[in-house]
Design a protein around this ligand. Sequence first.
Ligand code: FAD
Length: 564
Amino acid sequence: MGIDKDTDTGSPRILIVGGVAGGASCATRARRLSETAKIVLMERGPYVSFANCGLPYYVGDVITEEEKLIVATPELFRNRFNIDVRLQNNVLSIDRDRHEIEVEDLTTSTSYREPYDALVLAPGATPIRPPLPGIDLPGIYSIRTIPDSQDIKDWIVRNNARKAVIVGGGFIGLEMADNLVRRGIAVTIIEMQNHVMPALDYEVATTIGSHLVANGVTLVLEDAVAGFERHGSGNLVVNTKSGKSFAADMVIMAIGVRPEVSLAKNAGLEIGGRGGIRVDDRMKTSDDHIWAVGDAVEVRDYVTGEWTVIPLAGPANRQGRIAAGTILGRDFKFRGVQATAVCGVFGLTIASTGVTENTIMRLNKAGRKIDYEKVYLYPGHHVSYYPGAKNMMMKLVFSTEDGRVLGAQAVGEEGVDKRIDVISMAIQNRATVFDLEEAELCYAPQYGAAKDPVNLAGMIAANALRGDSPPFHWEDVKKTNAFILDVRNQSEYAAGHIEGAVNIPLNDLRTRMQELPTDREILTYCTVGQRSYYAARALRLHKFNARNISGGIYTYEKLERPQA
Ligand code: FAD
């Protein structure tokens, strides 16, 4: 619990290290809860409360003015909130016995000590820069701060950069690719995994890989950078472990971030197995007077209960608020993170929430027993008869024990973020697929459908759990001797089908059922799984042992097709 419940008579000294998402949100929330607390925000950089999420768009000149990235200035903090912001003040160490920190004022190169009643660590994370040969050559950048983005912009102009290599195909890598291409720079992404967006499942990420390639990005997968060279005063050369070389005018390292824990570690605070500062659900560290928030901390995954490190702005902000509340005597608890994230690249939106199938499989391999099922669907973002409907791919993962929604991923041009946000709330409320089935969501032709994609996902999953339509999955098709029934029309079948599949178009099915075996399982498929669901239902009602292959041939293609 907090250090002083009766806040306005207590005047606690709250020191905060790090002045961006977690730190700034903690500082202002603390002020809203106490008029008498002394609040000091230490930030070693030249800016406080800036929008690091906007940096790729600043590089791409979508955001053209630097000041637009600054959410609040030190003056605003002082005048509006009576918060003492000290820029270019680097916190060097914590003296836990004396409740003091040592600070270096970088503008004067002098150091001083500052006492605290409550210390909040919000130092963020550091971009990973592996010690590869040539990593410190000029022209190799990470992007974390406004000065980083200014340096990148200057380099592009000074060197008339035409070719860039981005190392890492996660969301920052993809956003940078989009923004560099926007500036006329040819981009190559090198990604160690077999797909971009490693946090997603393979078949969901396929769409993103093809979309990048369609937009002129060169994708190099299952390869890693071995080192960098500079040829004379000319180009950089990026060498990969497989022996390839790529010439580049600049390199962006985007292979992830590491929690910034040096202060905490040196002070003897507990660091967790995932490398973040361990905190409890009130954001308190192993020291009763020290809290920690944001990218630097390790918290519980809301779905699995496992410790995790999720560097996202939303959790950082909420944790900052919770730390302020608990310091000032409020009974607030952090629920955990569920990794709800969104990324836009070349007009495609990619969003996810909760766990992926990959994560569940990894946890199950490590001894957990999470029983799950998945369904795929390709609904339109609004009704097809209203102009401009765009289909999205959705994958929903849910518990077979009780139908609880565990995770969802979606990719598409429109309406993706809305559906994932709805499912995110469902997860947070421990809702089930039966709740998604019944969710009442707003609808008019230009916005959605009377059966929204969220409803459809719930219906398909609920049909699976009720046994009305138990799904079959493509990865298991090769392992079965089932009868494969393609229910698309003849021209679709002729244009390409699964080897060995027999074609009976859905509209002919009721008159041709005698052609089907009664002693073998029948697996139905179509393009996306809808017509084949109708077919499987009809067959089941006629006492055939039939199942629908979830997600249709689209999903098969996504699983089978190489990503680049
Ligand atoms: P930070 O925002 O990193 O702030 C930490 C601050 O602490 C830094 O300014 C640092 O200088 C300061 N500091 C560290 N050590 C000390 C010290 N010893 N003394 C004084 N000061 C110190 N998240 C999303 O949810 N959506 C997005 O679209 C998104 N896009 C992003 C794009 C980019 C390019 C980047 C870099 C991040 C993006 N993020 C995004 C992640 C998000 O920005 C972070 O999760 C969030 O900023 C974390 O907040 P924080 O307060 O923990 O750390």
